[in-house]
Design a protein around this ligand. Structure first.
Ligand code: NDP
Length: 294
């Protein structure tokens, strides 16, 4: 029997686990606050931001909604970020990416105070993660580690193949998995679009994690029996005349061989959202100097 790893259930546990910390902060007069900055007309970006705000409100985090006209000059975004950096009531800042073409994503990431960088993308936070001393683990990789834990997957000594080397998923995930830490100590192979014979790398893995952005790239023929398969991908495709979501893994053929697998939707996606809440609570605790149990 293949274990279907239920990301909604694990995410609910993470969210429930934050309530004690939020109560402790509340007793100290601190309401964790996340500022979301949206500078886009893209409906998907708008939906992501409103979901994040709703998540915050549900657990008792205040969501500060900042919207900037996508045609506004870059200074307006940088001035906004500077104001949020300076605002003692704001604990976390999330600028929804991508920003308009006249602004570089990386300049925005560098403008955010690392102490409020709850995405964990600022070079200081990336450096700390690589050095084995992370403050804010990026939400998707952190969510994947929590899923592996919840599914009782032992990473120590395991061969893990990560397909994808982006700065937001593949690279930080690979770095976390090789650390001398819980859910680390794995031997990691990182694959990308120039990898020769991808199937050979996925077939020899105990755990395959796909973060590619190519619908159903990894199928059952590419994994060994008993593999744990984590599908980060979210791709909208047309099937039988209808728009539907699929991952980077061909679920049915992979499930036939996997010992455990995440579905799309309902796998990694809810974990990414939950870990943003986790990082925001952590940011509030650090900034207010109120220790909490996380
Ligand atoms: P990027 O496009 O930034 O990176 C994709 C990576 O996949 C790149 O490293 C690329 O290689 C590699 N790649 C592309 N094609 C192939 C191929 N044929 N074989 C092997 N490697 C390949 O994507 P992201 O990391 O941002 O996102 C990956 C997926 O995860 C997307 O579907 C995205 O929607 C989803 N996602 C889901 C989240 C969630 O919460 N569930 C959160 C974030 C992302 P190269 O570097 O050589 O170009």
């Amino acid at each position: 029997m293949t274990d279907i790893i239920d990301g909604n259930a694990v995410a609910a546990e993470v969210r429930d686990g934050l309530s004690g910390a939020i109560d402790t902060l509340d007793d100290a007069g601190v309401t964790p606050t996340l500022a979301t900055v949206l500078m886009s007309d893209d409906p998907a970006s708008q939906t992501y931001v409103s979901m994040k705000q709703q998540d915050c409100e549900e657990v008792g985090i205040e969501a500060l909604d900042v919207e900037i006209d996508p045609d506004a000059p870059a200074e307006e975004l940088f001035d906004t970020v500077a104001d949020l950096n300076a605002d003692p009531d704001v604990n976390g800042i999330l600028v929804q990416m991508p920003v308009p073409d006249h602004i570089e994503d990386r300049d925005v990431i560098r403008a955010i105070d690392p102490a409020k960088d709850v995405d964990g993308f600022h070079p200081e936070n990336v450096g700390r993660l690589v050095a084995g001393d992370p403050v804010y683990k990026p939400c998707t990789p952190h969510g994947v580690l929590k899923l592996l834990d919840a599914a009782d997957v032992e990473t120590e000594g395991a061969d893990v193949t990560v397909v994808g080397r982006s700065n937001i998923v593949g690279k930080p995930l690979a770095n976390l998995l090789i650390q001398k830490a819980d859910y680390g100590n794995a031997t990691v192979t990182v694959c990308h679009s120039r990898t020769d014979d991808l199937a050979e790398k996925t077939r020899r893995a105990d755990v395959v994690i796909a973060a590619v952005g190519v619908p159903e790239l990894v199928d059952g023929s590419m994994i060994a029996d008993g593999t744990v398969v984590i599908d980060v991908g979210v791709n909208r495709v047309e099937r039988d005349g209808e728009s539907t979501l699929v991952g980077d893994v061909d679920f049915e053929s992979a499930k036939a061989k996997a010992s455990a697998i995440t579905p799309v939707p309902g796998g990694v996606g809810p974990m990414t959202r939950a870990m943003l809440l986790y990082n925001t609570v952590k940011a509030a605790s650090r900034q207010a100097d109120v220790p909490v149990d996380l």
